[in-house]
Design a protein around this ligand. Structure first.
Ligand code: G1P
Length: 193
């Protein structure tokens, strides 16, 4: 039945790819997709963040928020302050307490905990509006001399055009050995039921 699900996706979708020619950061990687996307809002999934949700997947949840606010949306979760230097961190005003929705006022890529404006971390799921491409073209290399999507999003946030949303679900950081093992155990336990 897993194969059936995969075949269903293959039937419905067209797969196309572009190459990022140099490792110039996530912002640059996203910019390479401009010819495929054009003037449309689009989703970004960083595959090393694996998410398991009870009902709708994270992107589906973000699309619901996008449809309401019509601007870029980032998925966030609270992390220990000691880990702020692994993530893009946001500051924001809570605008919908029931649904964990914030209007983003500031965002910083991988700050030390002493400089972090909160413990709310961006995870690898985004809906971006296409004006992000022109912003990315003007962004100077930031942390690690890379073009950071967080810096481009800050330009949108300053115009009140970024929402952060505490998604429903569980995330595993499969870019670390522990995260990968935890994800494997989590899905194995689900299969065993
Ligand atoms: C990227 C982003 C960062 C985000 C993270 C989520 O960092 O630059 O803002 O919090 O993904 O996984 P990376 O993990 O690629 O270093």
């Amino acid at each position: 039945h897993y194969l059936k699900e995969i075949k269903n996706v293959i039937e419905k979708a067209t797969f196309t790819y572009v190459r990022q020619k140099k490792m110039l950061g996530l912002g640059d990687a996203i910019l390479t997709a401009e010819p495929l996307i054009g003037n449309n809002p689009f989703a970004v999934i960083l595959a090393d963040d694996l998410c398991d949700c009870k009902n709708n997947g994270v992107i589906s949840q973000l699309i619901d928020i996008f449809n309401k606010y019509k601007c870029s949306v980032v998925a966030i979760e609270e992390i220990p302050l000691s880990e702020t230097n692994k993530y893009g961190i946001i500051a924001g005003d809570l605008i919908d307490n029931n649904n964990g929705i914030y209007q983003v006022t500031d965002m910083i890529e991988k700050p030390e905990s002493t400089d972090a404006p909160s413990n709310m971390a961006i995870i690898g799921r985004y809906i971006l509006t296409p004006d992000i491409f022109d912003i990315l073209k003007t962004i100077k290399p930031g942390l690690g001399k890379e073009i950071q999507i967080t810096d481009a999003l800050l330009t949108q946030a300053k115009k009140g055009k970024v929402i952060a949303y505490k998604f429903n679900g569980k995330r595993f950081d499969c870019g670390t050995v522990n995260g990968f093992v935890n994800a494997t155990n989590h899905f194995a336990a689900k299969l065993a039921i």
